[in-house]
Design a protein around this ligand. Structure first.
Ligand SMILES: [Zn+2]
Ligand SMILES: [Zn+2]
Length: 260
């Protein structure tokens, strides 16, 4: 599978950042898997596709992690559905949420159930992440399988519940993309919703030591905050020696095949 990162930022990146003519910035987190599966449809997806010359014309499915405004933007979904019949795929709660436009067909992904979505087999696992709203919803991480490869997409959400880990620990991933929102400032209450860099480092050590992820499996830190995380350069110097990639907008990676 190929991953194209259309945005790698958390919700504190703003219009002001995106409008600057030079300098480093991150659009809101979204990625394209091969050319047909879009992970999250936030408000910066079209701008990012234009800036990085990525065609969204092949997108048939939007795989939606949760309904926070940086990941879900109804007009973006609606435009993709109207133009090319894109289907919205998410947990059963999200797929029936009132914010999903009525012109959009949905595919429900009940937790821990493998569901065929085009050429992909997708399993939702629960994320420790809360969208406060007046309707039921469920944030999810995803196990995405295709052509003998397996990817874990874990944005947004902190750590993993025991229950999710007991499901995931028996799988083998060729790549894992982790929420890496925060730096290591201590005492942050939001660590119940997002990972810090230290937490990512520990998760990766556990996954590798249990061979949930091979040593040469790809690990990517993603969903990086502007104001409460380190600069891209600092993240690179800290994580690269641990064989953890730091996502940046426009980054494309082809996931290697790994062995158990
Ligand atoms: Zn987010
Ligand atoms: Zn979120």
């Amino acid at each position: 599978m190929k991953l194209t990162f259309l945005g790698t930022g958390a919700a504190d990146w703003t219009e002001e950042d995106w409008n600057q003519s030079e300098g480093f910035f991150r659009y809101l987190t979204s990625a394209l898997v091969d050319d047909d599966l879009l992970i999250d449809c936030g408000p910066t997806v079209f701008s990012a596709a234009e800036k990085y010359g990525v065609s969204l014309g092949g997108v048939r499915y939007v795989l939606s992690t949760h309904l926070h405004r940086d990941h879900y933007h109804a007009p973006t979904l609606s435009a993709l559905a109207e133009k090319q019949g894109v289907r919205y795929c998410s947990t059963k709660e999200n797929a029936s949420a009132p914010v999903i436009p009525s012109n959009v067909e949905t595919i429900s992904l009940p937790l821990y159930e493998k569901v065929q979505v085009g050429d992909y087999t997708i399993t939702a696992t629960p994320a420790s992440h809360l969208v406060r709203s007046d309707y039921p919803n469920q944030a999810a991480h995803y196990v995405i399988e295709k052509a003998g490869q397996t990817i874990f997409w874990g944005c947004d959400g902190c750590w993993l519940s025991c229950e999710a880990w007991n499901y995931l620990r028996y799988l083998h991933f060729d790549a894992a993309i982790f929420d890496a929102t925060f730096n290591d400032d201590e005492g942050r209450q939001e660590l119940f919703e997002h990972n810090s860099i230290y937490m990512v480092e520990q998760l990766v050590k556990i996954w590798r030591s249990g061979n949930v992820l091979s040593e040469n499996g790809l690990v990517i830190a993603n969903h990086i905050a502007k104001n409460v995380n380190y600069s891209h350069e600092v993240l690179l110097s800290r994580l690269t020696p641990q064989n953890i990639m730091v996502a940046y907008d426009g980054m494309t990676v082809v996931v290697p095949h790994t062995v158990d």
